[in-house]
Design a protein around this ligand. Structure first.
Ligand SMILES: [Zn+2]
Ligand SMILES: [Zn+2]
Length: 334
């Protein structure tokens, strides 16, 4: 039997929409501002773009997967034990993919899309990037094929892992005893989506939170979460959201003086070149609102970069006040 891996998430979408409908209705009844229709619509568009991008890239990448499969170390026959081992290994690799996505800008350029909303609800799970194939997410699954797991089974497990993660995108649910010790839960994943200083780069779990506990990235939910990224960014335009970090990289590239710095721009941490990134944001802001252009909107000129890079306030977690101001003025980057 051929597994229709392209359709797994689409087939599950009625269940996702039931959960979104329930959560939305609950938030309306409780008068909680958990949903904004512009944000949810953007999430839906981003999910559709992501699915379309994955379908196209699968056409291109399947031959690569099958080529690796032909040179696999072993041929692992299907059994329930093998399937359990595949789930475990794929989730382990997901942890490292996710951790790398927060520490390497080339990967963060895609993953930032998922983190760019100031809201947290089930529809946030739909907020995915079209550009994951360019960032190379698929590379993380190749070792599974190389050791001998069936290509389509690997891709099916990847999709099921993502489907599980839909259910952790909610503000409902607290610590769930032994389940929360072993599995990713809403409380664990809320911390991951928060930009509070103590929550940054924590809880990279896909299905199992044991990887965070093992590798020292686990953080329990204590203070209330402020959702979103530390950049002063807010948009409901799917294209703006998708290409925000890529545009930042393109803008920074000619302004960096050496090949080494440009390499660092691509593969260094996302917080590198914080001051220049802040100037990019000011540049975008100035384009949108020329009359209110701030003094910080200065180009480096002739590719020069200040010798000393002071840390940018925009790479610091937003204060309560600034979060509030973004929430009140969420349209300047549309
Ligand atoms: Zn993340
Ligand atoms: Zn998430």
């Amino acid at each position: 039997m051929t597994i229709p891996v392209e359709l797994i998430l689409i087939c599950l979408s009625p269940i996702f929409f039931i959960f979104i409908g329930w959560e939305w209705l609950h938030s309306v009844r409780q008068n909680q501002p958990r949903y904004q229709w512009q944000d949810s619509l953007a999430n839906l568009c981003l999910a559709a773009m992501h699915q379309a991008g994955d379908a196209v890239s699968l056409l291109l990448l399947l031959p690569v997967f099958y080529w690796v499969s032909q040179h696999a170390l072993w041929q692992i026959e299907f059994s329930w034990t093998a399937l359990a081992a595949l789930f475990l290994l794929q989730d382990f690799l997901y942890y490292w993919f996710h951790r790398a996505s927060h520490r390497i800008r080339w990967l963060w350029a895609s993953h930032v899309v998922h983190h760019s909303s100031r809201l947290m609800n089930f529809s946030t799970a739909f907020r995915q990037s079209l550009t994951y194939p360019i960032s190379g997410m698929w590379l993380f699954w190749l070792p599974l094929v190389w050791v001998g797991f069936d290509v389509r089974l690997v891709l099916a497990v990847v999709a099921i892992n993502l489907a599980f993660q839909f259910f952790v995108h909610t503000q409902h649910g607290r610590y769930w005893g032994w389940f929360g010790f072993v599995f990713n839960t809403p409380a664990v994943h809320r911390v991951h989506h928060a930009c509070n200083a103590e929550y940054i780069d924590r809880n990279f779990a896909g299905v199992l939170v044991i990887w965070d506990r093992l590798f020292g990235t686990y953080q329990a939910e204590q203070a209330p979460c402020r959702f979103g990224i530390t950049d002063d960014f807010s948009s409901n335009n799917p294209l703006t959201i998708t290409f925000y970090e890529w545009r930042k990289m393109v803008w920074l590239w000619p302004r960096l003086p050496s090949a080494g710095q440009r390499l660092k721009l691509l593969f260094g941490a996302p917080e590198c070149f914080a001051e220049q990134s802040a100037q990019f944001i000011a540049h975008l802001h100035a384009k949108q609102h020329p009359s209110t252009s701030s003094p910080s909107n200065q180009s480096f000129g002739d590719g020069q970069v200040p010798d000393k890079m002071s840390s940018s306030t925009l790479q610091q977690p937003l204060t309560e006040q600034s979060t509030e101001s973004v929430a009140k003025n969420p349209t300047w980057l549309k």
